[in-house]
Design a protein around this ligand. Structure first.
Ligand SMILES: [Zn+2]
Ligand SMILES: [Zn+2]
Length: 862
């Protein structure tokens, strides 16, 4: 076999020094040898781990990059083919960043407290610890089988007492900061799981875990004051590179509204009702008040209410209803007038009736609302049904002659058809008539404020976090109840407070956890006075351990070997070095659960001075679900789960990884199709065979076109990985391989191809790399493909085709620009709206639509 000269001009590695010197030679011909993943994958997995190829080093001169997966719950079913989608993506990204010479941390662990394991224990009597250990072993094997390059020396498990010692420590911190408190509250109760739930765990009125309809129950609870952070949780979303959809879900969940809180006097009484509104400009149109059935006014003014009996019956009926039913949009609103008492509208002194209605909830706002039927659809519906007066106080701004659709339309009998909820000029509003509604809000608010009848107020929809569960398999809450001292936190030296072994895992259903039955554990001494005390028997919710786990990996750091019972050390130097997480990948279903809770704890730790960053996850990407071939969600109960193990056994991990990434755009759901694996295997076979055909291997100066294609591919794959477009990156590799098949190519082309393919098919690439490009059999970090610098492209070689793009505004040509022929819609829009000539046509108008004809024009409709 002849030596192949290296070319200076086409070396994609530019100035990077060649490590292995000399000319490259094909030492072994692969001709006739088939690509057999079984022969190579296990070997490389073992060698990578032995040589610590994927270890994240604590401290380095290189810039750090922390890439994290949402860690899984170790379920008994193991991973199905849908799970690795995110893991393969982060693995590719981690490979890429290592090759870009970043010091990369990419760890994995187990979010192992939770109901399925506990329910399994109830059924079988097997301790959750044993089940957890077994499940972890299985999933870890699967992950290794896929060739995921995790730093396993940093593996964590939330049920490890050394781990939850810190979960408990942070709980004590919350307690000391006044952010954890005890309260007896009507909370969401799952009758099937026999435990209380947080608001975030109730999805459409059902238990997030088991789908059972949630009821209400009065229970003594530990509650975390997440509401104290509502404003910051909202504001700091702006700092994050997260999918807009997730940010919007958090914004809505936090639900900030700014407005005025007003006092309505009660006729012939000292009592006042406080009402919050964002539309104080419509106050002249307020014709009645509505209070929640639980509002204290009813109890206080009992003797004045003439129809007390029917009111009490109504209230009794409300108690049986679920909150979801009460506020449902479709349901007809019911309510009763409190006869005998009247409120006074503070703006005009008018006497107005008061209703009690179940669609008003006592724990939202002030538990009372002012009703403005002409300008609020819900009030309108209720007023029309009950024949209550309506006063129109906002006239829509009318740019055009005809009445906007949303305007209240007067029909023949003199009644309105629907409410107008928009802005406009005030009418029927005394001295404020003629004012714009936006301005009237401030004016009317201030007018009342001067008379001590109103003040500016902000309300949040977010409620405090119900933090205790009446179950066994969770972190014990490190608190004792002393007869003398009351609530006493455990001293830190007593942590971890370990979960005791028990015989019965069944939840009691009485609202107490099974721990309450172990008297030798429950009865203890008060750490403060030494007197008799009882331990808190509630446990923490499944979300506790994941609130800070991204710190735990870092705390383990730099170990020589895996030690049993490893200790977590709160090492600020390491934490400051690695955190925050640069890239976080996981499912979108955690939008208002884990992602909100973890942000909350991070802010608390920041305030306490334990950490120096305010947000845990700077950049977030969500993978789309992989569905069963029939388009259904994969689940054990549907019997449509596809296990990756036999597929990997048959096709190899690299083929499996390629298919996971190739099947569709990363963030979109897609149906699984096992046949797709065949195409990926063929692709790898093709690459393998390129190496066998040495007769094609010629000096690369002979073909300039292949040079151009190669460099274009480097650029494309680099950009695609950075933008999570793994599917198109793989397409680009396929195009390159087809080109190579049909042309003459040099050794550099193959070297670059393997180098680009390595993050996607790491075993395959390592095998070829070692065979062809490394002249030593001593495998170590320095000779691994996964340490080889990421190729650079030569911009001179990629002459872009330019075109003239026409920019239109509302269909009229307003500008023309020279752009690259393959410009994206996004980029074209960005360029177009930044042009001065276009800006003057857009002014501050809202862009309604963008029409983009690739290579030709972009039309902006305003
Ligand atoms: Zn449940
Ligand atoms: Zn005491």
């Amino acid at each position: 076999m002849k030596n192949t000269p290296r070319s200076r001009i086409s070396n994609p590695y530019g100035a990077i020094k060649e490590n292995f010197g000399g000319n490259f030679q094909f030492e072994i011909s692969l001709r006739g040898m088939e690509y057999n993943p079984k022969k190579i994958e296990k070997k490389w997995q073992r060698l990578w781990e032995e040589k610590g190829i994927f270890k994240g080093k604590d401290f380095s001169k290189k810039p750090k990059f922390y890439v994290l997966d949402m860690f899984p719950y170790p379920s008994a079913e193991g991973l199905h083919v849908g799970h690795p989608r995110g893991y393969v993506a982060t693995d590719i990204y981690a490979h890429y960043m290592r090759r870009k010479k970043f010091n990369v941390l990419h760890p994995m662990g187990w979010d192992a407290f939770g109901l399925p394991t506990e329910n399994y224990a109830i059924r079988t009597g097997i301790h959750p610890e044993i089940t957890t250990r077994k499940n972890i072993k299985r999933i870890k094997e699967q992950m290794k089988m896929i060739g995921l390059g995790y730093d396993w020396l940093r593996e964590i498990n939330t049920t490890d007492p050394e781990y939850y010692k810190f979960t408990q420590k942070i709980f004590l911190l919350l307690f000391k900061m006044g952010l954890a408190y005890e309260a007896t509250l009507p909370i969401n109760w799952c009758p099937s799981c026999k435990t209380g739930l947080a608001n975030e765990e109730v999805i459409d009125g059902k238990c997030e875990r088991c789908g059972t309809e949630v009821t209400k129950k009065d229970l003594r609870q530990w509650v975390l004051k997440i509401t104290a952070y509502a404003d910051r949780l909202l504001k700091d979303l702006d700092l994050l590179d997260w999918p807009e959809k997730i940010k919007e879900m958090q914004r809505n969940w936090i639900g900030k509204s700014e407005g005025w809180e007003m006092e309505f006097r009660i006729q012939n009484s000292e009592f006042r009702i406080s009402v919050f509104t964002t539309r104080v400009d419509t106050l002249f149109g307020c014709t009645y008040l509505v209070v929640a059935p639980e509002h204290p006014l009813i109890e206080k003014l009992k003797s004045n209410i003439q129809n007390l009996k029917s009111i009490e019956e109504y209230i009794e009926g409300t108690k049986k209803k679920l909150e979801r039913e009460r506020i449902s949009e479709v349901k007809e609103k019911t309510g009763l007038e409190l006869k005998g008492i009247k409120a006074i509208n503070p703006i005009n002194g008018r006497e107005i009736p008061i209703f009690v209605a179940d669609y008003v909830l006592v724990h939202y706002g002030t538990g009372a609302v002012m009703a403005v039927p002409c300008h609020d659809q819900r009030d309108f519906d209720f007023a029309r049904k009950s024949n209550l007066p309506m006063i129109e106080v906002i006239k829509p701004y009318q740019e055009k002659k005809e009445l906007p659709k949303e305007a209240p339309l007067i029909i023949s009998d003199g009644r309105y058809q629907m409410a107008y909820e928009g802005e406009g000029f005030l009418i029927n509003s005394g001295r404020f008539t003629g004012m714009k509604s936006e301005e009237a809000r401030e004016a009317i608010g201030q007018f009342l404020a001067k008379r001590n009848l109103s003040k500016k107020a902000v309300y949040f929809k977010l409620r405090d976090w119900i933090f205790s569960r009446q179950r066994y398999w969770g972190e014990p809450i490190p608190i004792v109840h002393c007869q003398k001292c009351g609530i006493v936190p455990l001293p830190e030296k007593d942590l971890p407070l370990k979960l005791p072994k028990i015989e019965k895992y069944q939840p009691t259903g009485t609202g107490e956890s099974p721990l309450a039955a172990i008297s030798e554990w429950v009865n203890t001494k008060c750490p403060r006075c030494g007197g008799p005390a009882k331990r808190e028997t509630n446990t923490m919710p499944q979300w506790a351990g994941s609130c800070w786990y991204y710190l735990a990996y870092v705390m383990l750091g730099n170990q020589k070997s895996k030690i049993k019972n490893q200790k977590f050390i709160w090492d600020k130097r390491k934490i400051n070095y690695w955190l925050p997480v640069d890239l976080y990948v996981g499912g979108a279903e955690h939008a208002v659960l884990h992602l909100l809770y973890a942000r909350f704890w991070t802010k608390v730790l920041y305030d306490a001075g334990w950490i120096k960053f305010k947000e845990p996850f700077l950049k977030l990407r969500n993978q789309g679900l992989i569905l069963a071939p029939d388009g259904q969600k994969m689940s054990k109960s549907r019997g449509n789960v596809i296990n990756p193990d036999p597929l990997i056994e048959k096709y190899g991990a690299d083929t499996f990884r390629l298919y996971e990434m190739f099947m569709g755009p990363f963030s979109e759901p897609i149906n699984w199709n096992t046949k797709g694996l065949i195409g990926m295997k063929r692709f790898l076979d093709k690459v393998w065979n390129l190496f066998g055909k040495e007769k094609n291997v010629i000096s690369i100066e002979e073909d300039k076109e292949i040079e151009r294609i190669l460099h274009k591919t480097i650029k494309k794959i680099t950009e695609d990985i950075e933008n999570f477009r793994f599917n198109t990156a793989i397409s680009a590799l396929m195009i390159l391989v087809n080109e190579l098949q049909n042309r003459n190519y040099g050794i550099w082309h193959l070297k670059t191809l393997i180098s680009l393919l390595a993050p996607f098919a790491p075993h395959f690439a390592e095998e070829l790399w070692q065979k062809y490009f490394v002249q030593t059999s001593d495998f170590r970090l320095q000779t691994s493909i996964h340490n080889w610098p990421w190729p650079k492209y030569d911009p001179k070689l990629i002459k872009e085709e330019m075109i003239t793009l026409v920019i239109q505004v509302n269909g009229r040509v307003r500008d023309k620009i020279e752009v690259s022929a393959d410009i994206s819609e996004e980029k074209a829009k960005e360029l177009a709206i930044s042009r001065e000539r276009i800006k003057k046509w857009l002014k501050d108008k809202k862009i309604k639509k963008v029409v983009f004809v690739p290579g030709k024009l972009i039309n902006i409709v305003v």
